[in-house]
Write a protein that binds this ligand. Sequence first.
Ligand SMILES: NC(=O)c1ccc[n+]([C@@H]2O[C@H](COP(=O)([O-])OP(=O)(O)OC[C@H]3O[C@@H](n4cnc5c(N)ncnc54)[C@H](OP(=O)(O)O)[C@@H]3O)[C@@H](O)[C@H]2O)c1
Length: 411
Amino acid sequence: MPLPFLASLYFDGLPPWFPDPFVALKYTTALGSLALTKWYTSGRSNPSERKLHGRVVIMTGGTSGIGAKVAFELASRGAQLCLLTRQPGNDPFLVDYIEDLRSRTNNQMIYAEQVDLSSLYSIRQFATKWIDNAPPRRLDMIVLCAATLTTPGHGRAETADGIETEWMVNYLANFHLLGILSPAIKAQPFDRDVRIIIPTCSSYIASPKLEPEEVMDKTKYWTPRTAYARSKLALMVFAKTYQKHLDAYKRPDQLPMNARVVIVDPGFARTVGMRRWLTRGSLWGLFLYVVFYALAWLLLKSPNMAAQSILFAAMDAGLGRGTGGKLIKECMEIDCARKDVEDEEVAKKLWEASDKLIEKTEKASAIRRAREKKEREEREKVEEIESLVETIKKGKTKEGQKKKKTERSAE
Ligand SMILES: NC(=O)c1ccc[n+]([C@@H]2O[C@H](COP(=O)([O-])OP(=O)(O)OC[C@H]3O[C@@H](n4cnc5c(N)ncnc54)[C@H](OP(=O)(O)O)[C@@H]3O)[C@@H](O)[C@H]2O)c1
């Protein structure tokens, strides 16, 4: 059979049903280019593996996008997950999410703690509860995946404490959380491989220079893009300084620090955050996103592929040795694209300004909470008296009616 076919090819040329070689080449090249582009934009898969049974992981942003994939993979390997979520633990969606995660990963050690990262008070409440535990609680990993962004075309938004939202959630919340959890990290036994994983974004490269005083007050150069980039640059500067802060700690056992910060750039992915950014938070934008979804599929990673570098940071044995503060992208170490990430002067100013801002804001919010509590108590007291008066009035009316009835029946 092949021989007659080859002979007919040789003597008579290509059969009529065979596509024009030029057209075939054109389609093959187009499909090949698409496949190559998709392969390139998908990025590398995590080559490392690690058993995580019994390891305790605190995680923010574990309910959506890249963080949800990371949470799934860590839980599948047996990690005990403490998810810090904006919603209260009894929120029906959160309950469903955790039940689903438990059953898919066959791991019951997953629970949620309500921590709103836009509130310094909420962060302090959780973190002080954690460090107040005696003896110190086991803590193997902190993964800080939560982030927020203001969609293009929208104005500057502030938290209830009056801090610009992106600065607060993407940077200051992590600064505050790790600041309070420091004693818990330092108290871990020497043989424990402790990792603090901080996702960043390559947008930090285009960020304006960090001028902390200006960033925290009303900056003149605010746009959604610069605010996000600036918060990520600040986060990276802080991550490097936090490693130095940990390294400078003299352990009671005189052994070197065993906690390492790993900064990770997961790459651009099709997550809720990215969709909000691309669609500008509008219905028209969403419509265009659906129409051009093929383009998003081709050029952006899936959340699962974006999670790979974070999983590498969590599992690679090499990252548990040597110096911390490395930047990981596509499951390998890369250099920072900006010198000021390592600039000690910038880092010092940022740390001091952040401390000052937290102190000032916490004082103001404590006064506000005390005033609100007093007002609430007074309101409750007035309501209690009013309801008492109401009951007495009702009692008197009933008594009057009863008296009239008895008088009438006596007549
Ligand atoms: N996606 C990308 O293309 C990309 C690119 C580079 C870097 N990154 C980085 O990768 C990380 C994950 O990104 P993503 O796109 O997967 O994020 P995402 O889908 O937008 O999810 C953000 C997560 O942060 C949580 N969050 C937001 N505000 C919060 C608050 N006030 N309190 C508590 N939690 C809050 C959200 O909780 P809710 O579920 O309650 O909203 C959600 O779980 C981020 O650090 C991001 O900067 C992403």
